[in-house]
Design a protein around this ligand. Sequence first.
Ligand SMILES: NC(=O)c1ccc[n+]([C@@H]2O[C@H](COP(=O)([O-])OP(=O)(O)OC[C@H]3O[C@@H](n4cnc5c(N)ncnc54)[C@H](OP(=O)(O)O)[C@@H]3O)[C@@H](O)[C@H]2O)c1
Length: 246
Amino acid sequence: MNDTPRQRTLVLTGASRGIGHATVKRFSAEGWRVLTCSRQPFDARCPWPGGAESHIQIDLADPSDTIRAIDEIREKLDGRLDALVNNAGVSPKAEDGGRLNTINTDLRTWGQVFHVNFFAPVVLARGLQAELTGAKGAIVNVTSIAGARVHPFAGAAYATSKAALAALTREMAHDYGPMGVRVNAIAPGEVETSILSPGTDRIVDTLPLRRLGQPAEVADVIYFLCSSQSSYVTGTEIEVNAGQHV
Ligand SMILES: NC(=O)c1ccc[n+]([C@@H]2O[C@H](COP(=O)([O-])OP(=O)(O)OC[C@H]3O[C@@H](n4cnc5c(N)ncnc54)[C@H](OP(=O)(O)O)[C@@H]3O)[C@@H](O)[C@H]2O)c1
Protein backbone atom coordinates (compact mmCIF):
# COMPACT_ATOMS: atom_id res chain seq x y z
CA MET A 1 0.00 0.00 0.00
CA ASN A 2 1.32 3.47 -0.89
CA ASP A 3 0.70 5.80 2.04
CA THR A 4 2.79 8.70 0.68
CA PRO A 5 0.49 11.74 0.71
CA ARG A 6 -0.41 13.05 -2.74
CA GLN A 7 1.40 16.27 -3.66
CA ARG A 8 -1.10 19.11 -3.80
CA THR A 9 -1.24 21.44 -6.81
CA LEU A 10 -1.93 25.16 -7.08
CA VAL A 11 -2.68 27.14 -10.25
CA LEU A 12 -1.61 30.73 -9.64
CA THR A 13 -1.99 33.72 -11.94
CA GLY A 14 0.31 36.74 -11.74
CA ALA A 15 3.11 34.59 -10.36
CA SER A 16 5.99 36.60 -11.78
CA ARG A 17 6.17 39.45 -9.28
CA GLY A 18 4.96 40.87 -5.98
CA ILE A 19 2.27 38.99 -4.07
CA GLY A 20 2.22 36.18 -6.66
CA HIS A 21 5.95 35.60 -6.35
CA ALA A 22 5.68 35.39 -2.55
CA THR A 23 2.76 32.98 -2.96
CA VAL A 24 4.81 30.60 -5.13
CA LYS A 25 7.51 30.59 -2.47
CA ARG A 26 5.05 29.96 0.38
CA PHE A 27 3.24 27.06 -1.30
CA SER A 28 6.50 25.52 -2.61
CA ALA A 29 7.92 25.61 0.92
CA GLU A 30 4.82 23.67 2.06
CA GLY A 31 5.52 20.99 -0.57
CA TRP A 32 2.93 22.06 -3.13
CA ARG A 33 3.49 21.92 -6.88
CA VAL A 34 2.72 25.37 -8.28
CA LEU A 35 1.62 25.95 -11.88
CA THR A 36 2.48 29.58 -12.58
CA CYS A 37 0.74 31.80 -15.13
CA SER A 38 1.88 35.16 -16.48
CA ARG A 39 2.48 36.99 -19.75
CA GLN A 40 6.25 36.43 -19.73
CA PRO A 41 8.03 33.16 -20.45
CA PHE A 42 9.48 31.37 -17.41
CA ASP A 43 12.41 33.29 -15.92
CA ALA A 44 15.33 30.96 -15.15
CA ARG A 45 16.22 33.13 -12.13
CA CYS A 46 13.10 31.85 -10.32
CA PRO A 47 14.38 29.54 -7.60
CA TRP A 48 11.63 26.91 -7.31
CA PRO A 49 11.84 23.33 -8.65
CA GLY A 50 10.03 22.30 -11.84
CA GLY A 51 9.64 25.96 -12.76
CA ALA A 52 9.87 25.86 -16.55
CA GLU A 53 7.58 22.78 -17.00
CA SER A 54 5.13 24.26 -14.51
CA HIS A 55 4.82 27.61 -16.25
CA ILE A 56 2.01 28.63 -18.60
CA GLN A 57 2.50 31.77 -20.68
CA ILE A 58 -0.88 33.46 -20.92
CA ASP A 59 -2.24 36.92 -21.59
CA LEU A 60 -5.28 37.23 -19.35
CA ALA A 61 -6.30 40.46 -21.10
CA ASP A 62 -7.02 38.34 -24.20
CA PRO A 63 -10.16 36.19 -23.71
CA SER A 64 -9.26 33.72 -26.49
CA ASP A 65 -5.76 33.20 -25.10
CA THR A 66 -7.24 32.59 -21.63
CA ILE A 67 -9.67 29.98 -23.03
CA ARG A 68 -6.80 28.38 -25.03
CA ALA A 69 -4.66 28.08 -21.90
CA ILE A 70 -7.28 25.98 -20.08
CA ASP A 71 -6.34 22.88 -22.08
CA GLU A 72 -2.64 23.52 -21.49
CA ILE A 73 -3.25 23.76 -17.74
CA ARG A 74 -5.48 20.66 -17.64
CA GLU A 75 -2.82 18.61 -19.44
CA LYS A 76 -0.43 19.40 -16.59
CA LEU A 77 -2.89 18.13 -13.95
CA ASP A 78 -3.65 14.55 -12.89
CA GLY A 79 -7.39 15.24 -12.87
CA ARG A 80 -7.26 17.06 -9.54
CA LEU A 81 -6.57 20.67 -8.61
CA ASP A 82 -6.30 21.64 -4.94
CA ALA A 83 -6.30 25.42 -5.37
CA LEU A 84 -6.77 28.18 -7.93
CA VAL A 85 -5.51 31.61 -6.89
CA ASN A 86 -6.66 34.45 -9.15
CA ASN A 87 -3.98 36.97 -8.24
CA ALA A 88 -3.06 38.68 -11.53
CA GLY A 89 -4.27 42.25 -11.66
CA VAL A 90 -3.72 45.50 -13.52
CA SER A 91 -4.20 49.05 -12.34
CA PRO A 92 -3.60 51.47 -15.23
CA LYS A 93 -2.70 55.12 -14.69
CA ALA A 94 -2.96 58.20 -16.93
CA GLU A 95 0.12 59.05 -19.03
CA ASP A 96 1.20 61.62 -16.46
CA GLY A 97 0.79 59.02 -13.69
CA GLY A 98 -2.51 60.53 -12.52
CA ARG A 99 -5.64 58.68 -11.45
CA LEU A 100 -8.05 57.47 -14.16
CA ASN A 101 -11.59 58.21 -13.02
CA THR A 102 -15.10 57.41 -14.30
CA ILE A 103 -14.96 60.36 -16.72
CA ASN A 104 -11.55 60.03 -18.32
CA THR A 105 -11.03 56.24 -18.48
CA ASP A 106 -10.98 55.12 -22.08
CA LEU A 107 -13.52 52.28 -22.55
CA ARG A 108 -10.98 49.98 -24.20
CA THR A 109 -8.74 50.30 -21.14
CA TRP A 110 -11.74 49.69 -18.88
CA GLY A 111 -12.53 46.51 -20.80
CA GLN A 112 -8.95 45.23 -20.61
CA VAL A 113 -8.88 45.78 -16.86
CA PHE A 114 -12.10 43.78 -16.54
CA HIS A 115 -10.68 40.95 -18.66
CA VAL A 116 -7.62 40.53 -16.44
CA ASN A 117 -9.14 41.33 -13.04
CA PHE A 118 -12.65 39.88 -13.40
CA PHE A 119 -13.37 37.69 -16.45
CA ALA A 120 -10.15 35.65 -16.29
CA PRO A 121 -11.10 34.29 -12.83
CA VAL A 122 -14.53 33.29 -14.22
CA VAL A 123 -12.99 31.54 -17.25
CA LEU A 124 -10.30 29.73 -15.23
CA ALA A 125 -12.66 28.56 -12.49
CA ARG A 126 -15.18 27.26 -15.04
CA GLY A 127 -12.50 25.62 -17.17
CA LEU A 128 -10.92 23.87 -14.17
CA GLN A 129 -14.20 23.02 -12.44
CA ALA A 130 -13.88 19.24 -12.85
CA GLU A 131 -10.34 19.20 -11.41
CA LEU A 132 -11.26 21.51 -8.52
CA THR A 133 -14.23 19.30 -7.72
CA GLY A 134 -12.04 16.19 -7.97
CA ALA A 135 -9.78 17.52 -5.20
CA LYS A 136 -12.50 19.38 -3.24
CA GLY A 137 -10.24 22.35 -3.81
CA ALA A 138 -10.27 26.02 -2.95
CA ILE A 139 -10.41 29.21 -5.01
CA VAL A 140 -8.96 32.49 -3.74
CA ASN A 141 -9.68 35.72 -5.61
CA VAL A 142 -7.36 38.65 -4.87
CA THR A 143 -9.54 41.76 -4.57
CA SER A 144 -8.50 45.13 -3.08
CA ILE A 145 -9.45 47.76 -0.53
CA ALA A 146 -10.16 49.87 -3.63
CA GLY A 147 -13.18 47.65 -4.34
CA ALA A 148 -14.90 48.98 -1.23
CA ARG A 149 -13.97 52.69 -1.14
CA VAL A 150 -12.56 55.42 -3.41
CA HIS A 151 -8.77 55.19 -3.36
CA PRO A 152 -6.51 58.18 -4.06
CA PHE A 153 -4.39 56.33 -6.68
CA ALA A 154 -6.24 53.20 -7.86
CA GLY A 155 -8.51 54.17 -10.75
CA ALA A 156 -12.22 53.64 -11.38
CA ALA A 157 -11.79 50.70 -13.77
CA TYR A 158 -9.61 48.91 -11.22
CA ALA A 159 -11.95 49.69 -8.31
CA THR A 160 -15.08 48.54 -10.12
CA SER A 161 -13.38 45.36 -11.33
CA LYS A 162 -12.36 44.53 -7.75
CA ALA A 163 -15.86 45.27 -6.42
CA ALA A 164 -17.20 42.94 -9.12
CA LEU A 165 -14.64 40.30 -8.13
CA ALA A 166 -15.80 40.50 -4.51
CA ALA A 167 -19.40 39.97 -5.67
CA LEU A 168 -18.22 37.16 -7.92
CA THR A 169 -16.60 35.47 -4.90
CA ARG A 170 -19.97 35.41 -3.14
CA GLU A 171 -21.75 34.07 -6.25
CA MET A 172 -19.08 31.42 -6.84
CA ALA A 173 -19.14 30.30 -3.20
CA HIS A 174 -22.86 29.68 -3.68
CA ASP A 175 -22.42 27.79 -6.96
CA TYR A 176 -19.25 25.77 -6.21
CA GLY A 177 -20.08 24.93 -2.58
CA PRO A 178 -22.27 21.91 -3.41
CA MET A 179 -19.26 20.44 -5.27
CA GLY A 180 -17.13 20.78 -2.12
CA VAL A 181 -15.14 23.69 -3.55
CA ARG A 182 -14.60 26.69 -1.24
CA VAL A 183 -14.34 30.20 -2.73
CA ASN A 184 -12.96 33.15 -0.78
CA ALA A 185 -11.25 36.47 -1.41
CA ILE A 186 -8.46 38.44 0.19
CA ALA A 187 -8.45 42.23 -0.07
CA PRO A 188 -4.95 43.71 0.34
CA GLY A 189 -4.39 47.35 1.26
CA GLU A 190 -0.93 48.84 0.70
CA VAL A 191 1.57 46.05 0.01
CA GLU A 192 5.14 46.70 -1.09
CA THR A 193 5.09 45.73 -4.80
CA SER A 194 5.46 47.48 -8.14
CA ILE A 195 1.71 48.22 -8.27
CA LEU A 196 2.05 50.96 -5.60
CA SER A 197 2.03 54.64 -6.57
CA PRO A 198 4.31 57.44 -5.38
CA GLY A 199 2.67 59.04 -2.34
CA THR A 200 1.63 55.73 -0.73
CA ASP A 201 3.72 56.70 2.32
CA ARG A 202 1.11 59.37 3.11
CA ILE A 203 -1.57 56.65 3.30
CA VAL A 204 0.69 54.42 5.39
CA ASP A 205 1.04 57.19 8.00
CA THR A 206 -2.73 56.93 8.62
CA LEU A 207 -2.96 53.13 8.97
CA PRO A 208 -3.54 51.70 12.46
CA LEU A 209 -0.41 49.53 12.11
CA ARG A 210 1.55 52.44 10.48
CA ARG A 211 3.46 50.31 7.98
CA LEU A 212 3.35 48.84 4.47
CA GLY A 213 2.48 45.17 4.11
CA GLN A 214 4.96 42.66 2.78
CA PRO A 215 3.99 40.25 -0.04
CA ALA A 216 4.81 37.29 2.23
CA GLU A 217 2.20 38.47 4.75
CA VAL A 218 -0.45 38.36 2.02
CA ALA A 219 0.78 34.95 0.82
CA ASP A 220 0.28 33.62 4.37
CA VAL A 221 -3.43 34.50 4.26
CA ILE A 222 -3.82 33.02 0.77
CA TYR A 223 -2.19 29.84 2.06
CA PHE A 224 -4.55 29.73 5.04
CA LEU A 225 -7.57 29.94 2.72
CA CYS A 226 -6.25 27.04 0.61
CA SER A 227 -5.38 24.85 3.60
CA SER A 228 -7.48 22.56 5.79
CA GLN A 229 -7.19 25.21 8.53
CA SER A 230 -10.05 27.04 6.75
CA SER A 231 -12.13 23.97 5.82
CA TYR A 232 -15.42 25.58 7.00
CA VAL A 233 -14.76 29.02 5.47
CA THR A 234 -16.34 29.99 2.16
CA GLY A 235 -17.82 33.11 0.59
CA THR A 236 -15.78 35.52 2.69
CA GLU A 237 -13.35 38.34 1.92
CA ILE A 238 -10.47 38.82 4.37
CA GLU A 239 -9.00 42.32 4.70
CA VAL A 240 -5.18 42.21 4.71
CA ASN A 241 -4.48 45.89 5.22
CA ALA A 242 -3.14 46.89 8.66
CA GLY A 243 -6.62 48.10 9.59
CA GLN A 244 -7.04 50.48 6.62
CA HIS A 245 -10.76 49.63 6.47
CA VAL A 246 -11.62 50.68 10.05
N1 LIG B 1 0.30 45.64 -3.91
C1 LIG B 1 -0.78 46.12 -3.35
O1 LIG B 1 -0.69 47.00 -2.52
C2 LIG B 1 -2.15 45.59 -3.71
C3 LIG B 1 -3.24 46.15 -3.05
C4 LIG B 1 -4.52 45.66 -3.34
C5 LIG B 1 -4.68 44.63 -4.24
N2 LIG B 1 -3.59 44.11 -4.87
C6 LIG B 1 -3.83 43.04 -5.84
O2 LIG B 1 -2.92 41.98 -5.61
C7 LIG B 1 -2.68 41.30 -6.84
C8 LIG B 1 -1.18 41.21 -7.05
O3 LIG B 1 -0.68 42.53 -7.08
P1 LIG B 1 0.86 42.89 -6.99
O4 LIG B 1 0.93 44.13 -6.18
O5 LIG B 1 1.67 41.72 -6.62
O6 LIG B 1 1.06 43.33 -8.50
P2 LIG B 1 2.29 43.34 -9.50
O7 LIG B 1 3.57 43.30 -8.73
O8 LIG B 1 2.03 44.47 -10.43
O9 LIG B 1 2.08 41.95 -10.27
C9 LIG B 1 0.97 41.77 -11.09
C10 LIG B 1 1.01 40.38 -11.66
O10 LIG B 1 -0.09 40.24 -12.57
C11 LIG B 1 0.39 39.71 -13.80
N3 LIG B 1 -0.37 40.20 -14.93
C12 LIG B 1 -0.70 41.49 -15.20
N4 LIG B 1 -1.35 41.58 -16.37
C13 LIG B 1 -1.46 40.30 -16.84
C14 LIG B 1 -2.02 39.74 -18.00
N5 LIG B 1 -2.61 40.49 -18.96
N6 LIG B 1 -1.92 38.41 -18.17
C15 LIG B 1 -1.30 37.65 -17.25
N7 LIG B 1 -0.77 38.11 -16.12
C16 LIG B 1 -0.83 39.44 -15.92
C17 LIG B 1 1.84 40.17 -13.87
O11 LIG B 1 2.58 39.27 -14.66
P3 LIG B 1 3.38 39.68 -16.01
O12 LIG B 1 3.48 41.18 -16.04
O13 LIG B 1 4.65 38.95 -15.88
O14 LIG B 1 2.51 39.13 -17.07
C18 LIG B 1 2.27 40.10 -12.42
O15 LIG B 1 2.71 38.79 -12.09
C19 LIG B 1 -3.40 42.11 -7.93
O16 LIG B 1 -4.64 41.51 -8.22
C20 LIG B 1 -3.61 43.46 -7.28
O17 LIG B 1 -4.71 44.13 -7.81
C21 LIG B 1 -2.33 44.56 -4.63
